[in-house]
Design a protein around this ligand. Structure first.
Ligand SMILES: C[S@@+](CC[C@H](N)C(=O)[O-])C[C@H]1O[C@@H](n2cnc3c(N)ncnc32)[C@H](O)[C@@H]1O
Ligand code: SF4
Length: 408
């Protein structure tokens, strides 16, 4: 969730959706994202919509779950009025911020509110993001009782100087402990890593990958560090205190990740995501990438229903204020035209190992991408555009060629 909200048309105060959404929703699954916008401290690289205690401007963690419950009730009314049938949630994801800063009973109440309103499919993936130093056995037992099935742990690195360059507060041993607690409770654990932090060498990155692999989880995400405008990291880089990430080194780091993870039994299924089996792939993220329906609850959260996108007011105080007045927290909406929808389909779909259908794309563009080693020839013969390892490193270029036939 980027820190700036896009422009769009003003949403009516009751949150009513355009009538087109019911037709657009017919063949889509429904998911819920629940944003928890609180962090103890802000990591220097992060521009997510999250707030430390001093930034809350009167909003309160204590009343937050009640606000979420109100938005959940309102979403059912809005869907009902738009003739979108209410169907059990295919996936649920609590992200942040730091969801595990809230008492586990609050998370449980929010899950229950989703169950009571939408319903949740039997066996659905229900994930919560957790910072490693926020989990105890008791807390994780509470997550199990609440119905969570999966915990995504923000490990980022196993190397102290890299964690410190990222302003992470946990020490590396906290990750071992957190994963052990999660797995002993019978939940799936997933690990998030970041590569390319200032001062991180290829051998530091190898150490983090080896450590993450040794934790024996079924899922690992590895993200290239992005220097977001307005962050403390961006300021340190522009003032020369820290070095900017090096593109060539980040590419080598990606290749190393793919090599070590593949050897350890993981398979890439999206450019930044690897899983040991299909069931262990993030079903929630796949719902985003395959353009299903989802409702994003909480400040700044984005939703997609039947091809229409809408997003909530950004600050938790504004969010609380709207709900206290019985107004929708949704600020704006847009319905992308066919061209924009196609662009998004290619942008997101081409990042998946399943790829996108070759049909409809210029055969010459496809041949030139095969010749340059960026898409896989065998899959293309079978009618799918699937990136090769080099293609994964130059995915934006592949998309440009497919859509505009332009080459750098
Ligand atoms: C926003 S965090 C929320 C979860 C939790 N608070 C944590 O930090 O672990 C979700 C993930 O986004 C990734 N992330 C956030 N900012 C990033 C950036 N600037 N570059 C790359 N990855 C980033 C991190 O890997 C992080 O685990
Ligand atoms: S803990 Fe997670 S959400 Fe919070 S500032 Fe750090 S990366 Fe961002």
């Amino acid at each position: 969730m980027a820190s700036q909200l896009p422009d769009g048309l003003a949403m009516p105060l009751n949150g009513a959706l355009p009538s087109t959404v019911s037709v657009g929703s017919l063949h889509k699954t429904m998911s819920a994202y629940v944003h928890i916008p609180f962090c103890r401290v802000r990591c220097g690289y992060c521009d997510f919509n999250t707030y430390t205690a001093t930034e809350l401007r009167g909003a309160s963690q204590a009343t937050y779950v009640d606000e979420l419950k109100k938005e959940i009730e309102l979403s059912i009314e809005v869907l009902h009025c738009a003739d979108v049938s209410i169907r059990p949630l295919h996936t649920v994801f609590f992200g942040g911020g730091t969801p595990t800063l809230l008492p586990v009973s609050d998370l449980a109440h929010a899950v229950q509110a989703l169950r009571d309103s939408h319903g949740i499919e039997t066996g659905a993936e229900v994930t919560v993001e957790a910072n490693p130093d926020t989990l105890t056995e008791e807390y994780v037992e509470g997550l199990v009782q609440a119905g969570f099935t999966r915990v995504s742990v923000g490990m980022q690195s196993a190397v102290p100087h890299v964690l410190s360059a990222l302003d992470r507060t946990h020490n590396p041993a906290a990750v071992d402990r957190a994963v052990t607690i999660i797995q002993s409770a019978g939940l799936e654990a997933s690990i998030d890593l970041i590569y390319g932090a200032p001062g991180e060498s290829l051998s530091d990155w190898r150490r983090s990958l080896e450590k993450a692999i040794s934790l024996n989880t079924g899922h690992i995400s590895a993200y290239a560090l992005i220097v977001e405008d307005g962050t403390a990291l961006a300021r340190k880089i522009s003032s020369g205190v820290m070095d900017a990430p090096d593109d060539d080194l980040q590419a080598e780091m990606y290749e190393l990740a793919d090599e070590l993870l593949s050897k350890a039994g993981f398979q890439w299924y999206e450019i930044s995501n690897w899983a040991k089996s299909q069931q262990q792939q993030s079903q929630h993220n796949l719902a985003y990438w395959t353009n299903q329906n989802w409702w994003g609850y909480g400040p700044g959260a984005h939703s997609a229903i039947g091809g229409t996108r809408f997003w909530n007011v950004k600050h938790p105080a504004a969010y609380a204020g709207r709900l206290a007045e019985n107004q929708s927290p949704a600020l704006s909406y847009e319905t992308p035209n066919q061209e924009a929808a196609m662009l998004e389909h290619v942008l997101l779909g081409s990042r998946l190992a399943a790829g996108i259908p070759a049909q409809g794309h210029d055969p010459q563009a496809i041949s030139s991408l095969i010749a340059r080693g960026l898409i896989d020839g065998k899959h293309a013969t079978g009618g799918r555009i699937v990136l090769t390892l080099s293609g994964r490193l130059r995915a934006d270029e592949v998309v440009r060629v497919l859509l505009f036939r332009s080459q750098d």
